[in-house]
Design a protein around this ligand. Structure first.
Ligand SMILES: NC(=O)c1ccc[n+]([C@@H]2O[C@H](COP(=O)([O-])OP(=O)(O)OC[C@H]3O[C@@H](n4cnc5c(N)ncnc54)[C@H](O)[C@@H]3O)[C@@H](O)[C@H]2O)c1
Length: 436
């Protein structure tokens, strides 16, 4: 069993750290956010993720995980230092590597003469970052007068593929674990950390591992934009996109996953990773026409409910509209790039009064909006529905699957996830609109 430090205790760092601790490794989680670290030291989780609280309690009870804000402790403690800080998009779509660079700087301040550390990039970073990081780190160590600086560390890429809402399951049952390094020995040492989950391993050079992550997310995003474009064509031609999607997915070369028409992709990964790959491609002299279309289709898809309500209700000024579901997908409180943000902001811009419901994501949602004027958060999904003109279903939480349809009486219903049956909704509602 190994000593592992995890830099950044967000969704990825916390889930990986806790899961490694549960597998028997000794883990130290580090974050610059003191409040988060205090909360974790007190045994409370700052994020919602199914199953995570149970294995967190186990890891805490057995003292397999602890937390700090002190880089010197994190470096001294670990043989493996995982970097899981954010890589948000810059205004031009490229990945902001400032958090990663600052983590490297801090780590390198505390590496000593006879140390050997394996630094693992778990953050999603542009192709080439691993090689740049090695040079950057060796240079810092050299300037500090550390002996044979290139012998003091190796850099490994170990991109993360977990899905929020199923993150613990995904860590314990990965489709594959991808490990990239220009030093094969370091790569296999990182692979050994996953021995207990017995994964299918793919070991590659570092740039290839970095590219696998971007290519995977871009492909999944492309499937979503593809089926949404097909849905829009189906709608005009009177075909049923759900059945088309089933027909497509039965072909094993295509597979049924990520072929559900809806309001487009969101979350902290797909939009930023596709944008980053567009930027990487352009920097390398390739114009990524397909990736650009994937983003364009997605941006248009999010605004479909607003356009549809304007067609049915005319001006939205002063109209009351209820939104069910704010998280970017069910099972998480993460609202980053959630379609609900674009929809709510567009409705508020049109002068509508928005009543918003979500089982867990209301607080995060409130923090992510430019203005909350005319936005009212409701605790019960039926609050104010009686007086509303329309309801938009954005996120398909379980509790929305089988609502009391009689409450839809007289309203325009926009089902952004094709969750309900048209004939059932139309028994009560004034109008029912779905995707495709
Ligand atoms: N969230 C996902 O589903 C997911 C899945 C796969 C990959 N990723 C990638 O993993 C990375 C992390 O994503 P996330 O969703 O966990 O981000 P997050 O924003 O939830 O967490 C990042 C954490 O890093 C901390 N941090 C920032 N700078 C730091 C520094 N210099 N030192 C120490 N801590 C620092 C922040 O305080 C925060 O707690 C990103 O590159 C992302 O693209 C995310």
């Amino acid at each position: 069993m190994a000593n592992i430090s995890v830099i950044g205790t967000g969704y990825v760092g916390l889930v990986s750290g806790i899961c490694f601790a549960y597998l028997g490794h000794d883990v130290l989680g580090l974050d610059l956010d003191r409040e988060k670290i205090e909360q974790l030291k007190n045994g409370s989780l700052p994020i919602f993720e199914p199953e995570l609280d149970r294995i967190f309690s186990y890891a805490m009870d057995y003292k397999k995980i602890s937390f700090t804000t002190d880089y010197s402790k994190a470096v001294e403690f670990a043989d493996f230092i995982f970097i899981a800080v954010g890589t948000p998009p810059k205004a031009d779509g490229s990945a902001d590597l400032s958090f990663v660079a600052s983590a490297y700087k801090e780590i390198c301040r505390y590496i000593r003469d006879n140390d050997y550390k394996i630094i693992v990039n778990k953050s999603t970073v542009p192709v080439g970052t691993g090689r740049w990081a090695r040079q950057f780190a060796v240079e810092i160590l050299g300037k500090r007068g550390i002996k044979e600086p290139e012998e003091r560390l190796d850099i490994v890429s170990n991109p993360e593929f977990l899905r929020e809402g199923k993150a613990v399951y995904d860590f314990m049952n990965p489709d594959r674990v991808v490990i990239g390094s220009d030093n094969r020995d370091a790569a296999w040492r990182v692979a050994s950390l996953y021995e207990k989950v017995n994964p299918t391993l793919l070991v590659a050079d570092i740039a290839t591992a970095e590219m696998i992550k971007y290519a995977s997310n871009s492909f999944l995003a492309a499937k979503i934009s593809f089926i949404n474009e097909i849905a829009n064509i189906c709608e005009r031609l009177g075909a049923d996109v759900d059945v088309v999607s089933r027909g497509l997915g039965l072909d094993h070369r295509i597979s049924p996953y990520f072929l559900k028409a809806g309001l487009g992709f969101g979350g902290s990964c797909f939009p930023k990773d596709v944008s980053a790959l567009i930027s990487i491609a352009r920097q390398s002299g390739v114009e990524p026409k397909m990736l650009v279309s994937v983003m364009e289709v997605n941006a248009l898809q999010r605004l479909r409910p607003v356009e549809a309500l304007k067609e049915r209700l005319g001006q939205l000024d002063g109209r009351s509209i209820v939104i069910w579901g704010l998280a970017f997908k069910p099972g998480t409180d993460d609202v980053r790039e959630s379609p609900a943000i674009s929809i709510t902001e567009a409705l508020l811009d049109e002068g509508a009064i928005v009543y918003a419901h979500d089982p867990v994501a209301k607080d995060n949602f409130k923090r992510s909006l430019k203005s909350v004027e005319n936005l009212i958060f409701i605790d019960d999904k039926y609050d104010n529905l009686e007086h509303a003109d329309a309801l938009i279903l954005v996120t398909e939480w379980q509790e929305y699957y089988d609502p009391d349809f009689s409450r839809f009486s007289g309203k325009v219903i926009f089902d952004g996830r094709n969750l309900w049956k048209k004939e059932v909704v139309l028994r009560y509602a004034r109008d029912y609109i779905r995707i495709g």
